[in-house]
Design a protein around this ligand. Structure first.
Ligand code: ADP
Length: 266
């Protein structure tokens, strides 16, 4: 029995829904670009739901091999048995396959993406000696953070240019406030204060931070606040701690937190 799941909450920030829908209908792969924690994963979850397709998500990492994506022979009860990897499953089932942070994957994994990402829409499975045609409903979505070294740079330009890019950034203040309220239940005044803190951190251009404060860390702060934690302690724990290990930078963030959030109800 298939369970009806609720549509994931997603507040559009620009024209991304229309672009995604159009690209998907045309069988074009999609790359979501943007910093961590700005809503890319949530967006794909919402789109899979809206399009009525299963979603297969792969969190890419530097040990991820082509076999992890495509499949391998496993020993089961003395017999070797072929087991499809997540990409192969998605190709066969006509699911959306989301390769999160594809930049992290090893270079050889991108090779299997080439024929899938261009007009062929095929997945060669060398070990089986076959080439699968992707179901028409199959959709390839990759995300990457342009701030990091990108393996996408190693994808052939011809492949890259067959992808449709959707750029993400942190949402506008009003949108971000609504997202924080919806995701944490914190009151709107407090959410607005956290948005201003986030913006102040995003304006810092010290080079000391690899990543600035994402919507995700602001939501985490708000959630700690709803648990009754003092506001500044919540911000230290959910914003300053995750963003830096450097004592000097941490002190700077503490000062910003003290300047932007108050213990009193806003
Ligand atoms: P990314 O994949 O870009 O790293 P996520 O999709 O995991 O980021 O977003 C982090 C969190 O921020 C989500 O769990 C969600 O709570 C929230 N979020 C960010 N943007 C949105 C949005 N536009 N609508 C709803 N929630 C959002």
């Amino acid at each position: 029995m298939e369970l009806e799941t609720a549509e994931p909450y997603y507040l559009p920030v620009a024209n991304e829904v229309a672009v995604f829908r159009a690209a998907y209908r045309q069988g074009l792969p999609i790359m979501l670009k943007g910093p961590t924690g700005c809503g890319k994963t949530r967006f794909v979850e919402a789109m899979a739901h809206r399009l009525g397709r299963p979603l297969v998500t792969v969190a890419c990492h530097d040990d991820l091999t082509a076999a992890d994506l495509v499949g391998r022979y496993l020993l089961r009860g003395g017999e070797t048995e072929w087991v499809d990897g997540p990409l192969t499953r998605a190709v066969r089932e006509g699911a959306l396959c989301y390769l999160d942070e594809v930049v992290e994957a090893r270079q050889d994994t991108t090779v299997v993406l080439h024929p899938l990402a261009d007009h062929r829409r095929q997945l060669p499975i060398e070990r089986l000696g076959i080439t699968l045609d992707a179901k028409p409903e199959f959709g390839l979505v990759v995300s990457y953070n342009p701030g990091y070294q990108s393996v996408l740079k190693d994808l052939k330009d011809s492949t890259r240019q067959r992808m449709v890019a959707i750029s993400f950034d942190y949402p506008e203040p009003e949108t971000e406030k609504s997202i924080i309220v919806a995701e944490s239940g914190v009151d709107p005044g407090r959410a607005a204060e956290l948005v201003r803190l986030g913006q102040a951190i995003r304006r810092l251009d010290t080079g000391a931070l690899r990543e600035v404060a994402s919507t995700r860390v602001l939501i985490a702060t708000a959630r700690l606040i709803t648990e009754g934690l003092p506001v500044r302690e919540a911000a230290h724990a959910a914003v300053a701690g995750p963003l830096t290990d450097d004592p000097l930078t941490a002190r700077g963030l503490r000062e910003l937190i003290e300047a932007y959030v108050s213990e009193l109800a806003p």
